[in-house]
Design a protein. Structure first.
Ligand code: HEC
Length: 258
């Protein structure tokens, strides 16, 4: 009898312990889900991805109208970012706001909040995944010590040719198309590339390297994207989707000099 009694008690204990553990685990799960969603809400909503270590009281705003918003990157490797720097040329910004969408031509207020008071520069730029600037759209020095700095209205042309140069050619092509190494005689170096590609005949008769306004008839797009050509150009790992979107939009819009 005693034995049975004992084992009944210990069984009950085991069941009770089991319940306690299950409830505790589910509590932990619920709490971590809540913590995660709060984290995600703050991080994803604000677009500020620099940890707020050194924060201050400054707010910096600009009213920006973007043209050619389809070339705003949606990927990690390329980002359109509004950033502040403690000193011009610093390795990393002290605050950062990533812009992933905008309405074509509509004035949009961009702001950086809790900016450190000793901030000296603001930059709107296309950056890589390590926040290194590939192409700056505008840069402004901040000398004012006031809490709110308004940079006013700015228009940003997202398909400037200089962006094509820096985002596509400088990142992916210069090893074989600049200086003493000109494959097929094609020079894609800074200050050289435009006259080497726009309305210039290519290896395919009747198909210029870039035909302004005509993406389909521009050899450069075929060379970089058409797998049927068998060219290694389609597999260049430094080249990202957004680089091609930019190239196509620039050509579609008449391949302007800037
Ligand atoms: C690893 C070396 C290498 C890299 C990097 C490279 N190319 Fe080339 N490219 C070549 C070679 C070799 C040829 C000639 C063979 C051919 O046409 O595919 C060529 C040919 C071309 C042609 C055809 C020119 C003509 O007159 O027909 C274009 C356009 C071109 N490259 C664009 C680019 C662009 C744009 C990039 C960067 C995104 C790039 N290449 C990167 C080696 C390279």
């Amino acid at each position: 009898m005693n034995m049975k009694h004992d084992s009944e008690i210990s069984n009950r204990n085991i069941i009770r312990r089991f319940w306690k553990t299950t409830v505790a685990v589910s509590r932990i799960r619920k709490t971590s889900a809540a913590v995660l969603s709060v984290l995600c809400f703050t991080a994803c909503d604000s677009g500020d991805i620099i940890p707020k270590k050194d924060t201050g009281n400054k707010e910096i705003v600009a009213t920006v109208s973007f043209t050619h918003v389809e070339t705003i990157p949606a990927v990690r490797e390329r980002k359109l970012a509004f950033m502040s720097y403690t000193n011009p040329g610093d390795e990393q910004p002290n605050r950062m706001h990533v812009i992933t969408t905008a309405q074509e031509g509509a004035p949009t207020e961009l702001s950086l909040t809790q900016v450190p008071d000793d901030t000296r520069q603001v930059v709107l730029a296309l950056v890589d995944q390590d926040n290194q600037i590939i192409y700056p759209f505008f840069e402004k020095e901040i000398s004012s010590s006031s809490d709110r700095v308004d940079l006013g209205a700015v228009t940003v042309n997202l398909i400037a040719y200089d962006r094509v140069q820096k985002q596509l050619f400088n990142q992916s092509c210069l090893d074989c198309h600049s200086g003493g190494n000109l494959s097929r005689g094609l020079n894609l170096g800074e200050g050289q590339s435009y006259r080497a590609i726009v309305n210039v005949e290519s290896k395919v008769p009747g198909m210029p390297i870039v035909k302004p306004g005509d993406v389909e008839s521009s050899l450069i797009v075929k060379q970089l994207t058409d797998y049927n050509t068998g060219s290694f150009h389609t597999t260049l790992t430094t080249m990202k989707d957004n680089d091609i979107t930019l190239l196509k939009e620039w050509i579609r819009n008449g391949a302007p000099v800037n």
